[in-house]
Each structure stands twice: as C-alpha cells, then as structure tokens.
Design a protein. Structure first.
Length: 601
C-alpha cells in the first residue's frame, strides 16, 4: 500500500475494500433500461390511442375517458402555442382539483412548456413570490381564484379555465408533434417550489427524462393489471401529486380525485378515501399516520404508498394491504428509495434505491461510512433535477459532481438528511441534519425524543424542537396530540415517561398539547407554526419571607418564567448547569461530550 504522509487522517479510506464495494456499488446496482427518447405527455398520448374509451378520471360522480381528456388538453395546448409557449417556457397553474386541473397540466406539457403548480391554499404572499420568481408566460386559473392575483407585480396573460367563452374551444383536438416545436426529454416538465432554509421558497427544475424514469420504475414495482384505480390526494404544489397523476395516466390507470372541500379537511378526505374502490393509493405520511391512529382502513386497497415525511408508526393491527415507505427530496423527482414494510419491523426503513438511482451515505469529508454508521444522504442517478431556478449559487452548492462513477457529467444531490445502511441493504432514515441540535454541550437528535414520545399510548403525534428562552439559551419543547385513550394526558405524565427512557438532558422542559399539528399546504409538518410554550410555574408552596421572595424573583428572571415557588424543580423549569463557555457550543464532539472547563451555574 502506497504511503501518503501528507494525507489528512480524516481523508484516509477507513473501509475494507469489500465493504466499500458493497455500499457504493453492489447496493447501488439499480441500472435498468427505460425509454429516453419520449417526453412524458407522449406516454399519455400513446395510452389514449391504445385505450381511448377507458376511464381516465373520476371526479364527483363523473367520469372522463382517455380520448376526451386528450382532446381537451390538445385544444388548450394549441392555444398556448399561439401565446408563445415553447420548450422551457414556464406556465403557472392555479386551479381547484378537477378535470380542468389535469387537462391544464397535460396541455402545458404538450405545448412544450413547464408547468408551475400554485396551490390555491397557499398564502397570497407566497403565491406572489412564486409568480415573480418563475416569471411565467401565462397563468391558468379559474374565475373565483382570480382575486388571489390582483396585486401581482407584472402583467401576465390570465386564462380562465371555467370561462364560458373559451378562445381555445375551437382549436384542433389533435396531438402536437414534439419535433415540430423543438421539444425533447431534456427540456423542463415542471418547476415545483419547496421551502427554503432562508424562508424563501426555491423552484426545483425537473425534466421530462427525470419523470420518465419515475414512471418506468412505478410500472415495474406496482402495476400488475390494466385499469388499476388510484387516487390523487397530495396537494397540487407537492411533487407527489405529479407521481400520482402522471403514473396513473401514462400507464392506463383510473385516477380518482376528491373534491376541493374534501381535500381541505383531513377527516373528510380520509372518509372519502376509506370507501373508494382503490387498488393502489398514496397518502402523505401525516395523513397515513392519522389513518393508522384512528384505525381507518380501505379494504379494497392492495398497496398503500406513503412518503413526504418521517414515518413513525404503523397500523395497530395488520391491514389487508401492503405498506410501502418511500423517501425522496423534490430535487430527486419525488422518489429515491422505496421499500415494503413488515407489520412489526424492528426499524421503519425507507427501503433501497429505486431503478437507475444511487444512494451514498457519506461522512463530513465525503467518504462512505460503514454499515450501521450515521452519515449524510447523497443521491445520484437518472432523477437528479436540473437544479434550482434563478439560484446558480445554491445549485452549485447542492448539486455536486458524482465522484463514484465514471459517467461524464454525472451528478449527485446533497440532501441534508441523515441515514445509515442496515445489514440487509435497506436504509434507516435518521432525520434532518439540521434537526440535530447541540444544547449545553450535548448533541441531541430530536427524532429520538419524538420516537420515545410516540411510544406513550396516549400520544397520537409528537414533535420536539429547540427554542430559545428569555435568557437566549436553547430549551427543548415537546408538542403532542392525544390518541382516543389519551384525552387526560398532561405534561407531568409525559415528563415521567421520557425520564424513564432518556437521559435528563434529552427530556424537554416544556410540553404543549395541540388538537392537531400545523401542516403546510403540501401536508408536511409546519414547524415554524408551532406556538411558543406557556411560561412554566408550579407554585406548590407559597413564598413567605423577604429572602424567599428575592431569591424567587431572581430565579424567575434568569429562567424566564412568571414565578418560582419553594417546591419547584429547577430542571423542570428549564434550568441547567452550563458546562464550559460559549465557545464550546461550536465544538464538534459527539453525544454527551463535555467541555473540560469547570462547572458554572
């Protein structure tokens, strides 16, 4: 072995060659052939020619066949071409769920453009930002939603899809040829906005070829019969909706759509879902966990797909369908890993890399970690997005050259998520890199606190976060909703439960009961909307002497609470011993590492 005396120790390869080969190549041996010469809408057009009279869409007791859906989309597509829509041109779509939403999406693709979904449930400020940022050539909407766009910064041609006098109703119902408009699979299919760490959404650019691989994998993994019925429950601005819509329509399925009223109410939505004769269905993770906790089961279902957030529980009893857990950032075209879960697994894994996808779990210097060791997830392969719209610096930071393959131009996406390989080649998801916090010298994984909270029979959902108290120190706070059996559960019960399972430094000081956890319009947990905990005060024994009042006032001021009583617990009020000085917070020690400086209160 060649000596490299100048090589930094942390960059030396630590894995045996056999294990390095296993985690980098054997478990990433996912290569399969898929059509790379067709755009996504051509797959739908091929299906419309094959089964023109088959049901494509089901909405509010009405059905639409493939041929009619194709004609509707074609007429609008021809009109969009007259407006100047072509390859990579962006077209915003803000409509309620229904036939018009699906026809508009297909029309934009057929015209050569990239659709930008704007969920009507988004706050007006977010909608304005997205419109300004993506600078669409046109905006497709409905009459009753037009007030959302009264104050947009630039004039945009606005098409009312519900208008009685549609200028495209007499346009040709025939398909447009991609060659005639210079369109190919490397052009954009959609731009979907995700939340940014700076607070500003960022647009992810996905190409036709990216979606083509997703559909190819979906066919091989889940489609067993022609005409399978599936649903579209994900928010229109959530990339999972693309998976639901295009996988169904490009593979000859029947797609059932809930009404706008049902989609806005989780209880109504699950009631609708429960009785639909579905073969396969996707539920965003929070929605799936709500169904599991309430024992809501669709007895027609063969396969339930979940994803979009960390899965932390399964149904109480074994359901009549298989559950497939999926993981994938928007930047990897919806799904990167997938795996079926056993009813009583030791670990709720996110499965293995899907077709033509590579997953690397790397340490801080970009080297693969051993099996069982935590590292950051990097994803390469056919579904890596083009990058972020108007964000070249962020694109360069997150989309990196793939050093583990020889393919020219191969890239990988740095997710910011933590995971580890298990011995069988499945991956355990460990949470966000930025959900790991350091408090008073201890490195804490918030997901571990949440998992222990969920083990309490009275808890239905749980979230742990780190907040700053009045003194500027970080404090752990827990938020929870109750199961049907946990209506009377309180903070003391939860604190006692966690104290028996976790070290003291991981037991939250504050507990907040909520009727429901706040969600984004895409159905993900909205951590920024969690309310601040109420100040803690136990007030057991009353203060009597002047000295007691003075000491109580001083402690209340330091701890940021309203009052401190004689019997109050210093630690339960959020107090702690600071170990070391402020610079120790920047050290990179592991869990429980302590600065050697003396104790100070």
């Amino acid at each position: 072995m060649m000596r490299r005396d100048a090589q930094a120790v942390d960059r030396l390869p630590m894995l045996p060659e056999s294990e390095r080969r296993r985690v980098l190549y054997e478990w990433n041996d996912t290569r399969t052939e898929f059509p790379t010469d067709r755009c996504v809408h051509q797959l739908f057009e091929q299906q419309a020619r094959k089964t023109p009279d088959a049901v494509a869409l089901i909405f509010e007791q009405r059905q639409l066949c493939y041929a009619e859906l194709n004609r509707r989309a074609n007429r609008l597509a021809h009109y969009l071409r007259q407006l100047g829509i072509g390859p990579d041109a962006r077209v915003a779509i803000c409509v309620e769920r229904g036939f018009e939403m699906i026809a508009a999406l297909l029309a934009v693709l057929k015209a050569g453009g990239a659709y930008v979904p704007l969920d009507p449930g988004y706050p007006p400020e977010r909608l304005r930002f997205m419109l300004d940022d993506c600078a669409p050539v046109a905006l497709l909407t409905q009459g009753h939603l037009q007030q959302l766009f009264k104050s947009i910064g630039q004039p945009i041609p606005l098409l009312d899809l519900n208008s009685q006098d549609q200028p495209w109703k007499n346009m040709p119902p025939t398909n447009l040829l991609p060659e005639s408009i210079g369109l190919n699979p490397t052009h954009l299919a959609y731009v979907i906005y995700t939340s940014g760490s700076t607070g500003k959404p960022k647009g992810v650019m996905i190409e036709h070829a990216n979606i083509g691989n997703l559909i190819h994998w979906h066919r091989s993994a889940f489609i067993t019969t022609h005409g399978q019925r599936s649903s579209c429950l994900a928010g229109f601005g959530f990339d999972a909706a693309t998976w639901e819509i295009l996988s169904a329509l490009c593979l000859g399925g029947e797609l059932a759509l809930p009404s706008p009223a049902e989609i806005r109410d989780p209880e109504k939505l699950l009631a609708w879902w429960r009785y639909q004769p579905l073969d396969i269905s996707f539920l965003p993770t929070p929605m799936a966990e709500l169904a599991f906790s309430q024992n809501i089961v669709n007895t027609h279902l063969r396969t339930l797909l979940v994803g979009g957030d960390r899965l932390r529980r399964l149904p109480i009893s074994s359901p009549p369908f298989s559950i497939v857990n999926n993981y994938g950032p928007t930047e990897i075209t919806v799904v990167a890993t997938s795996g079926q879960l056993d009813h009583n697994p030791n670990v709720l894994t996110i499965g293995r890399p899907i077709a033509n996808t590579r997953v690397y779990i790397l340490d801080a210097v970009g080297q693969p970690v051993p099996v069982g060791v935590s590292g950051e997830l990097y994803i390469g392969g056919a579904q890596v997005a083009r990058g972020y719209l108007n964000r070249p610096e962020l694109t360069a930071e997150k989309f990196l050259a793939d050093p583990f393959v020889s393919q020219p131009g191969a890239r990988m996406y740095r997710t910011g998520d933590l995971g580890r390989w298990l011995e069988d080649g499945n991956i355990e998801f460990l949470g966000r890199n930025d959900f790991q916090v350091k408090i008073r010298g201890f490195r804490i994984e918030l997901g571990e606190i949440e998992a222990r909270l969920m083990e309490h029979p009275g808890v239905r959902e749980a979230v742990a976060i780190a907040r700053q108290d009045a003194a500027g120190d970080k404090q752990l706070a827990a938020y929870y909703t109750c199961s049907e059996d946990g209506a009377q559960i309180d903070a003391e019960q939860l604190r006692s439960h966690l104290s028996a399972l976790l070290p003291d430094y991981m037991v939250p000081a504050a507990y907040v009961h909520l009727e429901a956890l706040p969600l984004t319009p895409n159905g993900k947990l909205d951590r920024g909307a969690l309310p601040a905990p109420e100040p803690i005060a136990q007030n057991n024994r009353r203060l009597q002497t002047p000295d007691e009042h003075t000491i109580s006032t001083l402690f209340a001021e330091v701890l940021g609470v309203q009052q401190v009583a004689l019997d109050d617990d210093f630690f339960q009020l959020g107090g702690h011993f600071t170990i070391g000085n402020s610079s120790s917070e920047q050290n990179s020690g592991g869990v429980g590492e302590r600065d050697p400086n003396p104790y100070s209160l």
